[in-house]
Design a binder for this molecule. Structure first.
Ligand code: ADP
Ligand code: MG
Length: 265
């Protein structure tokens, strides 16, 4: 059975999509069979992995509301992972799902048919706490919350954690909140670190290691249809490689999750 990880934060621009693509590429490079799922109608994950959402006939939308089989929609990517793509049609899925009984379980059921082909499934949630994100959280075993290390990063975190707790109570008791992943991290000042300490204290939320540094390589990579893992050696790729190893050690039961506190101590 695959380990299913949801990457969620209702704030946009915190590096959810970047994290899904980079972590997926890092896990693929380590020999894991990876499926990444684009749950955002904007289709940024789909686009950044080399597929133009405007040119796709079918996407996760048809799987969720059209009865199309998941395996018939999957696409390949340059770095080896499979992609369940999104198109703008998915924007209509929220309303259509609302009318379905068991609507929160739709993605979980759709993934069940392909899950055995993968070691890890990573879900890119949209920037909202609507039905699509509830589907992502219900299908997942773990959830990771990317957090941009800037003032006011904590705004909305309380609401997200309440949603995670409600999902645990109602649709997915086994869901585990792994913690926050610091993104766009600037190690040259103490500001990023102060923001993290504040969020971690306020919400008693583990902060995972290593933080992902801010580097222009990410923008360059997504424009080229590949991830930062594909290019020359760089700090961003190193961070996601280390995070993927951290997660694999944890999932295999070998070690505790390495957190920011233990890493900088
Ligand atoms: P989200 O999915 O949360 O909206 P994205 O992954 O699309 O966020 O990232 C938002 C923007 O930030 C993108 O342009 C992306 O290339 C850029 N970005 C992400 N991570 C980093 C980073 N570590 N350093 C610099 N830019 C980054
Ligand atoms: Mg995104």
């Amino acid at each position: 059975m695959a380990t299913v990880l949801a990457v969620a934060n209702q704030k946009g621009g915190v590096a959810k999509t970047t994290t899904v693509a980079s972590l997926g590429a890092a896990l693929s490079a380590l020999g894991r069979r990876v499926l990444v799922v684009d749950l955002d109608p904007q289709g940024c994950l789909t686009f950044s992995l080399g597929h133009n959402p405007d040119k796709l006939e079918q996407s996760v939308h048809e799987v969720l509301v059209g009865g199309v089989e998941t395996k018939d929609v999957l696409l390949g990517t340059a770095e080896g992972m499979s992609l369940l793509p999104a198109t703008i049609d998915l924007a209509g899925a929220e309303a259509m799902l609302l009318m379905k009984p068991g609507r929160e379980y739709t993605l979980k059921r759709a993934l069940a048919s392909v899950e055995d082909d993968y070691d890890v499934v990573i879900i890119d949630c949209p920037p909202s706490l609507g039905v699509l994100t509830l589907n992502g959280l219900t299908a997942a075993r773990s959830v990771l919350v990317p957090l941009q290390c800037e003032t006011l990063a904590h705004r909305g975190v309380g609401q997200l954690l309440r949603t995670v707790n409600e999902v645990k109570e109602i649709t997915n008791p086994d869901l585990e909140l792994l913690g926050a992943l610091p993104t766009l991290y600037d190690s040259r000042t103490t500001h990023s670190r102060d923001v993290l300490a504040d969020v971690s204290d306020r919400y008693d939320l583990p902060v995972l290691a290593p933080p992902v540094p801010r580097t222009v390589r990410f923008a360059e990579a997504s424009a080229s249809g590949a991830t930062v893992l594909a290019g020359r050696k760089n700090k961003g790729a190193e961070a996601y490689r280390a995070l993927s190893e951290n997660l694999l050690r944890y999932w295999s039961g070998e070690a505790e999750l390495e957190t920011f506190e233990t890493a900088v101590a």
